[in-house]
Design a protein around this ligand. Structure first.
Ligand code: MLT
Ligand code: MN
Ligand code: ZN
Length: 304
């Protein structure tokens, strides 16, 4: 299977429009060895022609233009994107749906019942799209069982619920429900190769750890280096875990977790603009390199 990282940044992207943090300001001035990143999305295909989009980023227009494999080829209106899987209902993962409104057929969207509810109430994108192309909603399992998608050959998707956070506009923001966030294992049926994708991962529950062990490649939450990163940058006092993200550093952080997943290729994605790992010359980046952990960038392609 082929994986294309469309956007490797977290909400806001890098640099963020109003952010003057150490990373964003140095990137604008050309004073840091770092790449800009658009907001969180990937695409996956087994045949290089029919693609599943995971999350629809506010930056989707530029992301798709930069990726010729999905450009229209077969008619006056056409796209290589055949279906969309949403891992949560956050702005950085769903706003791009509005940009797909010109679709000539209803969008086939696979997401949990909780995400469907958020996108029909607090952020009613599904209702808005009824006035354009419409939505065919397909419910994703929350217990790790699998489903397939018509037109997407040779791939199977296993979805499970995760501990992260519902967005501020969710009717149950402070009352977590199974399916507010999901993790996905994508398997190529013919080769048995598996990828694990979880850009918002607040806690490594036993079923998450078990799924990680069975896969060949991990694309997991790389939002924050440390728990109080936003506070240290003088932005706000929210902790990483309050926002549903497990930081990389610390005795129970992502680096330690990944040490216990010896077989898989390990890649961080959904990197917040405050994260020091964006600076390719930073000691934090060096620590990741030494731990054998890669950092996703826009345009990265992974062949599995
Ligand atoms: C998150 O995952 O916490 C989001 O990126 C926050 C946001 O989009 O504002
Ligand atoms: Mn996000
Ligand atoms: Zn910043």
């Amino acid at each position: 299977m082929k994986v294309r990282v469309l956007g490797a940044g977290a909400g806001g992207g890098f640099p963020q429009w109003n952010c003057n943090c150490h990373n964003c300001s140095r990137l604008r001035r050309g004073e840091v060895n770092a790449r800009s990143r658009t907001q969180s999305s990937i695409a996956i295909s087994s045949d290089n022609e029919n693609w599943v989009l995971f999350n629809a980023s506010p930056d989707i227009r530029t992301q798709l233009e930069a990726f010729p494999a999905v450009h229209p080829k077969r008619g006056i209106r056409d796209s290589g994107i055949k279906a969309i899987v949403l891992i949560d209902s956050q702005i950085d993962h769903t706003t791009g749906l509005l940009m797909l409104r010109e679709s000539t057929r209803p969008l086939d969207i696979y997401c949990s019942e909780m995400v469907r509810q958020d996108l029909s109430t607090g952020f009613p994108v599904f209702k808005m799209l009824e006035h354009y192309c419409g939505v065919n909603h397909h419910s994703t399992p929350l217990d790790g069982s699998s489903f397939t998608i018509p037109e997407i050959h040779d791939l199977k998707f296993y979805t499970h619920s995760l501990k992260s956070k519902a967005p501020p506009y969710s009717p149950h923001r402070h009352n977590p429900h199974a399916g507010d966030n999901i993790g996905v294992v994508i398997e190529q049926i013919s080769s048995g190769k598996k990828l694990y994708y979880a850009p918002g991962l607040g806690e490594i529950e036993p079923h998450v750890f078990a799924a990680m062990q069975k896969t060949n490649c991990l694309l997991v939450d790389g939002t924050f280096w440390q728990e109080d990163e936003m506070g240290c940058a003088g932005i706000c006092d929210k902790l990483a875990r309050d926002m549903g993200h497990l930081p990389q550093s610390g005795s129970d952080g992502m680096i330690e977790v990944l040490k216990n997943v010896p077989k898989a290729r390990k890649i961080l994605i959904h990197i917040n603009n405050t994260n020091p790992i964006l600076d390719e010359d930073s000691p934090e980046r060096k620590a990741l390199n030494e731990a054998g952990i890669e950092i996703a960038y826009d345009g990265m392609e992974i062949d599995l």
